[in-house]
Structure formats: C-alpha cells, structure tokens
Design a protein around this ligand. Structure first.
Ligand code: NDP
Length: 340
C-alpha cells in the first residue's frame, strides 16, 4: 500500500472469524484502521466494539455504510446475508472483502461481483488457504514440473466442528449451513489455485451422521474432474476429531504430500516423493489472513489482484453447489463455467 494511503475498515458482522483472525489481520497492515462494526444486535455491536477498541458500533448495515470513515468493508455474517450486504456496500461505493461462500446460489454471487464491478469498487473473497505458504509452495512445485503431469489429488479436510461453532452451520439450511458450503468450497478453491485448472464435473455422496439436522450434511466424499484431466477426491466433515488434514498430488514423476495444511493456522509440512526418495520442502510460514488483507490492500493500490477475486469466489461456489446437487441426485453433475 502506498505510504500515505489510509483505509478505514467497517466490519459487517460481529462474528467469530472477525474476532479471532480478521481484526488483527486488518490492523497488521500499515495505514489500515478498523473504524466501525455493525451487528443485527445493538448490544453485540457495542460489546464487540468495546472488546476490540473500535470507535463506532452500528446496529444496521445502512448506518455503517453511511459512515464516511468507512472505505472498505469486511463481510462475515452468516452466508444468506452476504448477497444483500455486498449489493448495499457496492451502492455505497465501499470496497468489499467478503467471506465464503459468497452466496447460496451462483446467480446471487454473480450479481454481487457485477455490482462491485459496475460501482468501480474492489471485491475479493476471503478464501484464506490460497494465502498459505504451503499451498503457494505446492503451486510453485507443480508449475516447475516437480511431479510431472499431475493425475490425482486427494484432500483430507475432515475435522471436528468446535462446540462454539455448532450453531447455524448444523441446523440452518436457510443460512447456508452444512459442510459442503463450509469446507468443500475451500477444497475446490485451493485445487483451482494450485492446479491452475477449473473443475468440470463432480460425483459425490453426503452423510448426516452425528451433528447436522434439518436435512443438512455433516460429512461428504466427492470426486471432481478438472479440465486438465486430473481427478480429485475430497473428504470433508464436521464430525471426526482425529483424522488430521492434508492434501496430496500424485503425478507421473512423483507425489507431493502436504500434512496439516487444510487449516486456518500458518502451519504444516510438505514432502516431495520421487525416484530419488523423500525430501522435506522448506516453507516460510506466514499468517494467512494477514496476507489476504495485504493482497486486498495492494489491489486497491493497483498492484495486482486480491488473493481470491470475486470471480474465484463465484467459481468455487459453483463447484461446491454442484457437489451438493450431485449428492442429492446421485448423478454426476456438470459444473457451470461462470464468468463475471
Ligand atoms: P459466527 O456464528 O461466529 O458469526 C456469524 C453471525 O452470527 C454474526 O455475524 C452474528 O450476527 C451472529 N452471532 C454471533 N454471535 C452470536 C450470538 N452470541 N448470538 C446470536 N448470534 C450471534 O460465524 P463465523 O465467524 O464462524 O462465520 C462467519 C462467516 O465467515 C461465514 O460466512 C463463514 O463461512 C465464514 N468463515 C470463513 C472462514 C475463513 O477462513 N475464510 C473461517 C470461518 C468462517 P451479527 O453480525 O448480526 O451480530
């Protein structure tokens, strides 16, 4: 960001992710301040503002957007609200960093991206895993031909949803709950990023085994075919405590194995296996959310694109929705190639 630029951020949503990661990530950028927060509950807005020393607390999105100190908004409300809130932010001329999934359907997500484009404001999606040093290193290795032509990928993203998050994710279909919109959307986005390829079709089966209610799924296994011919296997869940996370790429000349890399933390290891044996690859870890906000701010300064653009958010959502549809129908589902 240029030395004199100052960006006032407004938080739309007094959420866990804002509290645990994003307030600090915004404050880690030179010239960025968190100037306002809004919540549907005045008490929650006030409490969040007090807890984080934020000057202005609003109980409406309109109130926050009317604040001239707000240049950019970070939207981390429940998923059904993102669409209307992004449209309002674009109409108010505010830049938008929006949480995933962007919306509950592709049409709404496209409308959000196009509204920001028309308003001339930046819009990005907070797919944090693209910012992980591990996934960025894997992308470099794949591009350099470390495993030759990649044929298969396997994503291990079955985790245990902490009790504090066992709310709308497991019992509110209308809020976009369920493991597919929560986790599968990240898997697909990470694969799109590392492979520089787009998903074409998907088959899958979902499970509602231990936690989810109201027709929502708390586990899923899916197979995705990408336009470079690669097949990716995804395993996502809210319900298992000890599986560990990881990602693997298997190619004609070798395999890349990432362990403990499907996470919010700047951790994890990468190993390259080939005819020469096994090599631990050095990675310089960096906070994923700090990098996400930095890339966004640089994009505001005309220096490149955000880590995950609005278009990335739309395409990764389209693929996740196709997984959900494939699970419901029992049929292989084509993934629409959507462009903003
Ligand atoms: P939370 O459940 O913590 O917050 C979501 C909303 O719930 C808040 O905006 C808030 O509404 C409301 N809320 C918060 N606390 C309470 C309470 N005590 N009682 C009633 N309502 C409450 O969600 P998350 O932070 O886990 O997720 C928010 C968004 O961020 C989602 O879109 C999710 O998919 C995404 N996310 C992304 C991650 C990433 O790494 N990219 C990681 C985690 C989540 P209000 O704002 O009106 O106060």
């Amino acid at each position: 960001m240029s030395a004199n630029r100052s960006i006032g951020w407004g938080l739309i949503g007094a959420s866990t992710i804002a509290r645990q990661h994003m307030v600090a990530a915004i404050r880690a950028q030179a010239g960025c301040q968190v100037v306002a927060v809004c919540s549907s509950s005045p008490e929650r807005a006030q409490a969040f503002a007090a807890e984080h020393s934020i000057d202005h607390a609003y109980s409406s999105v309109a109130g926050l957007l009317a604040d001239p100190a707000v240049d950019a908004v970070y939207i981390s409300t429940t998923n059904e609200l993102h669409h209307a809130q992004v449209l309002l932010a674009a109409a108010a001329g505010k830049h938008v960093l929006c949480e995933k999934p962007l919306a509950l359907n592709v049409e709404d997500a496209l409308a959000m991206a196009r509204a920001c484009q028309r308003a001339g404001v930046q819009m990005a999606t907070n797919h944090h895993l693209r910012n992980a040093a591990t996934h960025r290193k894997i992308k470099e290795m794949l591009q350099a031909g470390a495993i030759g032509r990649p044929l298969f990928a396997r994503v291990f993203h079955a985790v245990y949803l902490p009790p504090s998050l066992q709310g709308w994710r497991i019992d509110k279909p209308q809020a976009g709950g369920g493991v597919i919109l929560d986790i599968t959307v990240h898997d697909v986005d990470t694969l799109r990023f590392t492979l520089d390829a787009e998903p074409l079709e998907v088959a899958g089966m979902a499970q509602s085994a231990a936690m989810a209610k109201a027709g929502l799924e708390d586990g899923v296994m899916a197979v995705v075919r990408f336009d470079n011919g690669l097949l990716a296997q995804l395993h996502d869940a809210f319900t298992v405590k000890n599986a560990g996370t990881g990602i693997e790429y298997h190619g004609e000349l070798g395999s890349i194995v990432g362990r403990n890399v499907m996470t919010q933390e700047a951790v994890g290891d990468i190993v390259l296996r080939n005819a020469q044996g096994e090599q631990l690859i050095a990675v310089e870890h960096e906070n994923l959310y700090v990098r996400s906000v930095r890339m966004f701010c640089q994009a505001l300064d005309g220096q490149g694109a955000p880590a995950a653009t609005a278009q990335d958010g739309v395409r990764s959502l389209a693929a996740a929705l196709a997984v959900a549809q494939a699970c419901r129908s029992g049929q292989t589902q084509a993934i629409a190639a959507v462009s903003v």
